[in-house]
Each structure stands twice: as C-alpha cells, then as structure tokens.
Design a protein around this ligand. Structure first.
Ligand code: FCB
Length: 466
C-alpha cells in the first residue's frame, strides 16, 4: 500500500456532549394492541378507527405491533441498539378505563413490568402521560373542550406518579397538544374528529391547564430529582417572501401553532395577537382567574417534535382547517426539496431554526428532541434485509442540525428517534413506516433496518462520523 492510499482512522467529526441522551420513542396506541385486554376500554382512537372513512384501509390499533405481548422482545431490541433512554406513553384507558375513579392494577402492572425491564437493560424510562388516547367516556362527557377533562387528567397523573414514581425519573405530561386540539377538534382528521374552531381553542386551553395540573401533581408526588416536561410539535414557520402580508401570515401561524402553548406555559400569558386573530371565534372566556398560574407551573425541560418546516404566505386555506382564526388569511406552500413517504419535505434547517429560536426565547430551559424521523416505503428484500438509505440520510441531516444548534448555544440534552418500530400511523393506518425496526404485521416479525444499525453506531460513538 502506498502512502497516498493510507487513510487516516475514521474520526468522529460531530461528537455530542457527554451524557447526551440517545433514545427511541413510541406511543401506546400505535404499538400496544391488546385493545380489549386486562380491563382496557375504548379510547377516542378506538372509536375513530371504527368510524368509516376516517382511517386509511379501515385500520385500527387493535393489534398494532402487539407490543403488549412482545414487550420483552422489544426492550431487548433497544438494548441491542444501545439506546440510553426510551420514551413510551401510558394508555390512559388501560390504567383508568373510564377516566375517573380507581386504577386497574393489571394495566398498571404492564407499565411496571415495562419499566422494570428497561431498568434491567440499563435504559432510562421516559413516560408520557398523554399521547392522544383519551378514554371515550371522557369524550362523551365533552372531551377536551370541557374544563373537567383537565381535572380528570390531574387525577390520572396522580395515579401514575404513585404507580411509577419509584422507577421513572423523567415524565412528559402531554404529547403534541397542538395536534390533539386542532387536528382532533378543528380539522377533524384525528380523533375525536370534531370540526369546530372554537372547540379547538377551548381544547388548547384545557390542554395547557391539564399540563399545569399534572405538573403540580408530579412535582408534589415525585422525588425532587425527577424531570417534568411537556412535548410540543413546534412549527418552524417561514414566510414565503419578506412582504408584510407574508410575514403577517407567518406571525399568525406562530401564534396559533406555537405561542398558544409556549406563552402560557413559560410566561403565564395568552398571546394578545392570538386573542385578536381569533376574536370572531371566541372571547376566551374559558380562561378563568388563576388558570395561567397553574399552566405556568415551572417545568424542567421542553420536548420538541420536529419533522419538517411550514412555509406560509398571505391567502386562504381549505376548510375545515386546524388553524383557528388564521384560515382566511394564510395559505400553506410546499417547501422545496426531497420528500418522505408522508410527502413531508426533508429540511433539517427547520430544526436548527427552531432550536436557536428557543435558545433565545427560553433561556435556561433545557431542550430535548422527543421525536424526529421519517417514513419511507420500506420492505424486506428476498434475503430478509431492509435497506433504508433515505432514512439514514434524513437522520444524519437532522442530527447534524442538532449538533450545529448545540454549537450555537442551544441547550439540547437528548434526541429520541421516531420510531423504534413500524406502527399504526394514526389516520394513515399501517401505510406509513417510521420504524428503524421493520415490523411484518402479518407475523409480527421484527427486523433491524439498515438505519437501526446506523443509529446504533452513532450511539456507540457518541456522534456522527465523517
Ligand atoms: C407525531 C406524533 C407521533 C407520530 C409522528 C409521525 O405527530 O406525535 O405519534 O405519529 O408524528
């Protein structure tokens, strides 16, 4: 070999800080199955799936990835990957079937077993209390537009703190309340499928209140070393041009997409421009004295789910829209560039923009990427391998953006890849595969995709290699 051919040892070019948390994420309804076992009752998603035309192919989470029965195997997969953390959600209707009253021990036992298994594998459990599966009985009583639902959520948080507080140190109250409020009650493409702008705004406030009530309960019940968080799908909003009208369209989406949660939770206030923008929809009388103090109960970190940016200009959108008060002023434009199987643009700069914005807007608040990943049309080839080079590229680009943001001063503590397993992708059913582990839903066979091996390597090295 000549000197010219000699290559230097591969060096880690983008090393993440020591102690950086490397995880994967899932959600109960998307993977557990066992929909009627051990006392579980229907959630709004079980009902929605049974409503003709709502979920592609009539799919449901009845069986999903059968994780309820394959939990040990799935934890073993994570151990093989080398993750330090695992973010899962608790199915409220599994542990408190009617959303009221005493807990069901069998349901709690599943999460006790799961967390024991994780701890035994050296993986930190990160529990999300609400990833969209409201007990149907609470929806029948009015759902999230109804204030009482927030109180019930506080009770449920107490049940979970008592059951898992000795073994779970990191807690997330809600996952993506924007989607739950605005897709669930505004555009109706998610459960429970209602289409009322005013109901969606009421729901958003009650989600904030529920978060604050749960944060108070958790702070009171858990050791002071516990970490309490909230996960938002913040929108990386970009105006199409620098024109005043386009910039104002972006402001509107930032208000009803981002600041509707950020301002109450971190600053104890409702954005006044949002109140003005939505004046024709609601007078906000559902915000009662004292609510904002509860909502702004201090928390320890902010979780961010990011997939792609949002480009807007002046115009109008189709109805029913999830953008209460903004639909007649804003149109949504496709961002350029390659797209995933969801038709979502691949644009890692949006993640960098979000993280540096939060560095500036929320100084002192640690940030965690609680979801990031991509769907592609993966399949096992005849030799049983699943090659997913686009997913590897997506992950590489987004992890590089996280690294760049850390270099620019964003306090990012961890990254959770969505998702561990192919799963039930809400209104898309099983047609979209986000996992780094392929699931053959006919046999429930799990196979590492190339991206899983790649991610395992990143974790082992503590960063990306050149
Ligand atoms: C997020 C959800 C998650 C998953 C990804 C693709 O909005 O939190 O459950 O469906 O999108």
């Amino acid at each position: 070999m000549t000197a010219v051919d000699a290559r230097p040892e591969t060096t880690t070019e983008l090393r993440f800080p020591a102690g950086f948390r490397w995880g994967t994420a899932t959600a109960a309804y998307q993977i557990e199955g066992a929909a009627t076992e051990d006392g579980r009752t229907p959630s709004i998603w079980d009902t929605f799936c049974r409503t003709p035309g709502k979920v592609r192919n009539g799919d449901s989470g009845d069986i999903a990835a059968d994780h309820y029965h394959r939990m040990r195997e799935d934890v073993a997969l994570m151990k093989q990957l080398g993750v330090t953390d695992y973010r899962f959600s608790v199915a409220w209707p599994r542990v408190q079937p009617t959303g009221r009253g005493p807990a069901v021990q069998k349901g709690l036992d599943f999460y006790r077993r799961l967390t024991d298994e994780l701890l035994g594998a050296g993986i930190r459990p990160v529990a999300t209390l609400y990833h969209w599966d409201l007990p149907q009985e609470l929806e029948d009583a009015g759902g999230w537009p109804q204030r009482e639902t927030a109180d019930r959520f506080g009770d449920y948080a107490r049940i979970m703190a008592d059951a898992l507080g000795d073994r779970v140190a990191t807690w997330t109250t809600l996952n993506e309340p924007w989607c739950a409020a605005f897709l669930g009650y505004g555009s109706g493409v998610h459960a429970p499928g209602r289409t009322s702008a005013s109901a969606s705004l009421r729901a958003a406030h009650h989600f904030n209140l529920a978060h604050g009530l749960a944060a108070q309960v958790l702070h009171g019940a858990l050791p002071s070393t516990s970490e309490i968080s909230l996960t938002l799908n913040l929108h990386a909003v970009r105006p199409l041009t620098g024109s005043e009208a386009d910039v104002d369209a972006a402001r509107r989406i930032d208000a009803v997409g981002n600041r509707i949660f950020l301002d109450p939770v971190f600053h104890g206030r409702i954005p006044q421009d949002l109140v003005r923008d939505t004046a024709a929809v609601t007078d906000w009388a559902f915000v009662q004295d004292g609510d904002l103090e509860v909502v702004s109960t201090p928390i320890d970190s902010l979780g961010i789910n990011y997939y792609s940016p949002t480009v807007v200009g002046a115009g109008s959108s189709t109805s029913p829209s999830p953008w209460a008060g903004a639909e007649e002023h804003v149109r949504f434009l496709p961002a350029p560039g390659p797209r995933t199987a969801m038709d979502w643009p691949v644009d890692a700069d949006g993640l960098y923009e979000l993280l540096t914005r939060l560095r500036d807007d929320l100084p002192g608040v640690p940030l965690v990427i609680t979801e990031n990943g991509a769907a592609y049309d993966d399949y096992a080839d005849p030799s049983g391998e699943v090659h997913d080079p686009e997913r590897v590229e997506y992950l590489r680009a987004h992890l590089s953006a996280v690294h760049r943001a850390i270099g620019a001063g964003a306090d990012v503590r961890g990254y959770f890849l969505w998702s561990l397993l192919d799963n039930f992708e809400w209104a898309y059913g099983y047609s979209k595969r986000f996992g780094v582990v392929h699931v053959d839903f006919a046999t429930q066979r799990r196979t590492f995709k190339d991206s899983a091996r790649w991610y395992g390597d990143v974790i082992a090295r503590g960063g990306l290699t050149g």
